[in-house]
Write a protein that binds this ligand. Sequence first.
Ligand SMILES: Cc1ncc(COP(=O)(O)O)c(C=O)c1O
Length: 505
Amino acid sequence: MKENQNRVPLIEALDAFNEKEPALFCIPGHRAERGVPETLLQRFGEAVFGYDLTEAEGLDDLHSANGAIREAQELLAELYGAEKGWFVVNGSTAAVEAMIMAAAGPGEKILAARNIHKSALSGLILSGAEPVWLPCEYDSEWKVAGGIKASDVEKMIQEYPEVKAVFLVSPTYYGVNSELKAIAEVCHQHGLPLLVDAAHGSHLRFGSMLPEDAVSAGADLTAMSFHKTAGAMTQASVLLYRPEKETVTGTDEETGEEFVKEKKKEYIDIEKLEAALKITQSSSPSYVLMASLDAARQQLALHGEEMIREAAEMAMDLRRALEQTPGIRVLGGSDAAELLERGIDATRVTFRAEGISGVRLKERLFDEGQALEMADDENVVAVITAGNTSQDILKLSMAVWSASNGAEEKEEKPLFDLSVIPEAAMTPRDAYFAPKEKIGIRQAEGRICGTFLCPYPPGTPVVVPGEILTGPVIEFLTFCRDSNIPMHGWQEDGTIEVVKQEKAG
Ligand SMILES: Cc1ncc(COP(=O)(O)O)c(C=O)c1O
């Protein structure tokens, strides 16, 4: 670890500003004390408001960083072995949108895995780029998308040589990773950048027993939610840039000496990327969030390996305990070598109980005092971090034991193959801007979807704007909604948005 990773340049700058105790006539209006609503002061305490400043003297500007924020971002990049790093205050959502806007413009194509998060769809709408979908293989038992294979990426690039970039989610919400190193090689052989949504993967770099992180594997751009698996506050994310480098040998014309040099191969226009970040982020980025990024980076630098080792050990304990619980199965099991081989992040524990839906099991677990991250109709997902304790693991294992007890037959689920991609009649952007109307989902068969329809979490759209709604899709979405799975894109009055049809004649 480099010595300067000990530092927290942005927090130091905020402290230096506060030490001067200037009278405040700037934004924010709460003045860090007297203007703070009493209700908040009682609950949050005073300290946090002192850090809730904006671009005052010595505090730099996220959108044109050349002081404390720049230094903090440089430390971030250094920690991940990247060339450049950015703090992102609107979550990985903003980072993903910006990377897509930087990689392709209106009418250009991006090869994207179909299990994208809806933020990538927003990126496509904003940029006007058109998706070429890379199909995902779904594990037929777990109904969870598997990792993307380099051979499939190669095949698709051969078929669509006009694509400008490849975009993947790795790891997924369920902790499944793609073979990123091989995929990065394929992309670079074709002169294409690899963009990775690693919203769930900021911790991977620090765990030798976990799959390789996207930056190390060779991704050109990587988005990571530091609030999901590192210690930052909600919405605090980062974006990292690591261009491909090749070794060049030759002879210096002037001196005649042989040289070996590293040459960068830049597939991303950084000015475009930074311009896009200005669009997708607030012009008043929260210094509380940015300070939390600075501190989370320092924490990972100083203690990351130990933290992630502890988290992985606890997660393995949980996996073993769950496997011994009657009727419970765990995605990837509890063999560390096998998990690694399959590219599954051990700290993301996806499990299911016989006879009970994932959503119902999650509800029962909450009644037992356990708040789990996510559930779908089959599975429940637990996220284990160094913030957990062995006691937590024990309590969760016991709660799963009692919550999964007592037969409660699952509802019969409509057969639906998630790997079948609905036919597109329009691009996501054209459908988004087209005139629309709201109709009941049961009347929507054959109509062009005007919105994202996705169970949330995980936020992977089943149908995206511009695709044609089919009977099986409608059945599946109705089943999800009837099973109490939160659904984005479905209005409270039971309608969905579809593209308005031209009246005949
Ligand atoms: C795969 C994936 N990508 C991107 C995001 C967006 O991240 P954020 O919540 O940091 O905006 C999420 C959020 O859950 C996600 O699951």
